[in-house]
Write a protein that binds this ligand. Structure first.
Ligand SMILES: Cc1ncc(COP(=O)(O)O)c(C=O)c1O
Length: 353
C-alpha cells in the first residue's frame, strides 16, 4: 500500500540508540559518553527556583543567553544561534544546505545523526573511511568534493573513534569547497580543548555545532548552539522554530555559565587522571584502542561481546561498535577516577578467566 509520506523516508529505519534496560540505578553508564556524575547544586537550584516563579505557562524567553555564549566562545553575538541539542543543529545545517541531486561527505564510522538527516533529505552520501593510523581521511575527502557537494562533515573529535582534524586540515577543506557547508561537530569541545572558532571570520562556509550535553551534563534538557558567519545564522533562523529550545534548558545553561568550574574540575579528572590510567592499563594488557581526544576510548579486546557481557554483569555498561571491517570494538566512556578503577578491576577479572 502507498503510504502518505515520501517513499524514501518510509523505507528508512529510525535512529534508535540502545536505551532499553539502561537503568542508572543498576549500572554505571559508560555507554553514551555522558558526564558520569551529577551536575552542580546551583544549577539544580536554579531549575527549582524557576518553577517556583510560576512562569511555565509562558512561552520561552531567551534573554541574553546568546551574548553569554558569544563571550564564552570569543565570537560576536550575531555569530551564535541556539539549538535543541546539537542534533537539531546538525539537522538544520543539512536541511538548509540540501538540494536535489546534492551530495554529502560523511567519513565513516561516525555519529549516526548525519546519515539519518542526509537520508531524509535524499542526499547522495559519500563515505571515505577513517583509519586507525591516519584518523580523518583528509585527502580522500578532498578528492571526493564535486560541484554537487552540499555538506562536508567533520566530527571533531569523531565518535566513536575520538580522532581530531587540525585547523589547517579544516581550512584546506573549507577552501576546496567554498560553496558547501562545512559542518564541524564540536560536541566534545570541552574535553578536546580544540576548536576551529578562530576560522569563522575567514571561512564563511564553516558552521560549528556545540552542546551542553556532554561536559556540562545536561543532555536531558537538550541545549546546543551553532557558531557561524552572521549571514548563515540569519538563514538558519529561517528554518528553526522560535521556541524550539525550552525554558528549563535556558535556565540550566545560564546557571552553568555562572559557575563553569564544575565542568572544568570534571574535565580535568577525566582527561588528566582517569583516561591516562585506562590507557596505561589497556597498553599493559595489549588491548588496542584508537587515539582519542575525547572522554571515550574505542578499544578492541579479543572477545568484545563476552567482555561487554561480563562488564554488564559487574554493573558497568559499555557500547559495542563495529569498525568498517565488521570488527567489534567497545566504546568506553571514561568517567571519574573511582569509576575507572572499578572498570579496570572488572576488565582484569574478565581477562583473568
Ligand atoms: C559526535 C556527536 N555529535 C552530536 C551528538 C548529540 O549531542 P546532543 O545531545 O547535543 O544532541 C553526539 C552524542 O552522542 C555525538 O557523539
Amino acid at each position: 500500500m502507498m503510504g502518505i509520506f515520501k517513499a524514501h523516508i518510509e523505507a528508512m529505519s529510525a535512529y534508535q540508540p540502545p536505551l532499553e534496560g539502561r537503568n542508572p540505578d543498576d549500572y554505571t553508564l559508560l555507554d553514551f559518553n555522558e558526564r558520569t556524575i551529577p551536575i552542580s547544586a546551583p544549577i539544580k537550584q536554579a531549575l527549582i527556583d524557576y518553577i517556583e516563579t510560576d512562569r511555565l505557562q509562558q512561552y520561552p524567553f531567551y534573554g541574553n543567553i546568546c551574548q553569554r555564549l558569544a563571550n564564552y566562545c570569543c565570537v560576536d553575538e550575531n555569530q551564535v544561534m541556539l539549538s535543541n541539542g546539537s542534533d537539531q543543529g546538525i539537522e538544520l545545517i543539512i536541511r538548509a544546505a540540501a538540494q536535489a541531486d546534492g551530495e554529502i561527505i560523511i567519513p565513516q564510522p561516525s555519529f549516526a545523526m548525519y546519515e539519518q538527516v542526509a537520508k531524509v533529505e535524499g542526499l547522495k552520501i559519500v563515505s571515505p573511511a577513517y583509519s586507525r593510523e591516519r584518523g580523518y581521511p583528509l585527502e580522500e575527502v578532498l578528492a571526493a568534493i564535486t560541484a554537487a557537494t552540499r555538506v562536508i562533515v567533520i566530527a571533531n573529535p569523531n565518535n566513536p573513534c575520538g580522532t581530531l582534524v587540525d585547523n589547517a586540515g579544516i581550512a584546506r577543506i573549507a577552501e576546496a569547497a567554498p560553496e558547501a557547508a562545512i559542518l564541524i561537530d564540536e560536541c566534545y569541545y570541552e574535553y578536546s580543548a580544540a576548536s576551529c572558532a578562530s576560522l569563522l571570520t575567514k571561512y564563511s562556509n564553516i558552521v560549528i555545532t556545540r552542546t551542553f550535553s556532554k561536559t556540562w551534563g545536561l543532555p536531558s534538557l537538550r541545549f546546543g548552539y551553532l557558531l557561524s558567519a552572521p549571514q548563515n545564522i540569519q538563514t538558519l533562523l529561517n528554518v528553526r522554530g522560535p521556541y524550539d529550545i525550552n525554558q528549563m534548558a535556558i535556565v540550566a545553561a545560564s546557571a552553568a555559565l555562572d559557575s563553569p568550574e564544575y565542568t572544568r574540575t570534571y574535565v580535568r579528572e577525566v582527561m588528566d587522571e582517569a583516561k591516562p590510567l585506562l590507557e596505561r592499563f589497556l597498553d599493559e594488557r595489549g588491548v588496542d584502542y584508537w587515539p582519542s581526544a575525547a572522554n571515550y576510548l574505542w578499544a578492541f579486546p579479543e572477545q568484545p561481546e563476552a567482555m561487554a557481557e561480563a562488564l554488564a554483569a559487574d554493573g558497568i555498561l559499555v557500547r559495542p561498535k563495529a569498525d568498517l571491517n565488521g570488527r567489534v570494538g567497545l566504546r568506553i566512556t571514561v568517567g571519574t577516577l573511582a569509576q575507572t578503577e572499578q572498570l579496570i578491576q572488572a576488565i582484569s577479572g574478565f581477562l583473568a578467566k
